[in-house]
Design a protein around this ligand. Structure first.
Ligand code: SAM
Length: 261
């Protein structure tokens, strides 16, 4: 849908975009098409979308014959999309149980992420969707500092570690606020995370919980909060006083593997 069609849809349905849900609807057809291309979904894929809104992306996938399921927190918007025949789960995605959406069946995923809840949504997607080969996200451009953060920086935390272990990060393109109705206050960017060919380590909930626990007291040494890491640090010849923020994503993987061996 272009800007005019988006405004008409919103007016016809009496929708007042809710800022508490981060509702800024994409209305730029070139950007919509570019995002759908990045998702690289074919007829055999099953796509998961978080936060379909009024269906800007969802509609484009369906028009291309792609099997897509979307999770939407806003009951009204979900109802409109369901009435149009889209496959919608009404839920706060951060609270959605795995038994209620079979995450392992999805092969690729997309979200124009509600910015207020970016980190929990990204971490849940990366850890639940264990058979997904790629994730395509629209995020606030400034938040990229936290997703692609370097080790030992202030921004480096669970999101950066889990993203880097998940796959290769790419900032694809920037999207100005004029591409949305209503316009957000910040610039956005589309990013992708792509699993590496042959990578046998798969991010899952246990690994994501482990990394999150390691950063719970980032100012303290790792072994204070995670005593079970002591032997693994010794085995890997890493200083036993190390803090989580000084460990590389590879080291997190190794420590986790040793603890669970
Ligand atoms: N995908 C649409 C687009 O590109 O125009 C809408 C994107 S809008 C930025 C974010 C959407 O996520 C809204 O529809 C909002 O209601 C929904 N949302 C917000 N928090 C959510 C949550 N916790 N779980 C699922 N959906 C959520």
């Amino acid at each position: 849908m272009n800007r005019e069609e988006t405004i008409t849809y919103i007016n016809n349905h009496g929708i007042l975009p809710e800022s508490k849900f981060g509702q800024n609807f994409l209305c730029d057809e070139d950007i919509i098409e570019a995002i759908v291309d990045l998702v690289e979904a074919g007829p055999d894929d099953k796509v998961l979308e978080i936060g379909p809104g009024i269906g800007a992306l969802t509609r484009e996938f369906v028009n291309n014959g792609i099997d897509i399921t979307a999770v939407e927190i806003d009951k009204r918007l979900a109802q409109y999309l369901s009435e149009e025949g889209f496959n919608i789960i009404v839920s706060d995605y951060t609270k959605l149980k795995v038994e209620d959406y079979e995450p392992t069946k999805f092969t690729t995923a997309v979200s124009n992420i509600p910015y207020y809840v970016m980190t929990p949504i990204m971490i849940k997607m990366m850890s639940d969707l264990t058979n997904c080969r790629k994730m395509t996200f629209m995020v606030e451009e400034a938040a990229i500092d936290r997703i692609d953060a370097k080790v030992s920086t202030k921004q480096y935390g669970p999101l950066a570690v889990i993203s880097k272990v998940y796959g290769d990060f790419c900032k694809e393109f920037v999207v100005g606020s004029g591409s949305f109705v209503p316009a957000p206050h910040t610039t956005s960017a589309v990013i992708t995370l792509t699993r590496r060919n042959g990578d046998t380590f798969v991010v899952d909930k246990a690994f994501a919980d482990f990394v999150t626990k390691c950063f719970a007291n980032r100012r303290k040494k790792l072994t204070n909060g995670v005593p079970e890491a002591k032997l693994a640090l010794e085995e890997l010849c890493i200083d036993s006083n190390v803090r989580a923020e000084a460990l590389t994503p590879e080291q997190f993987k190794s420590i986790y593997a040793i603890i669970n061996s």
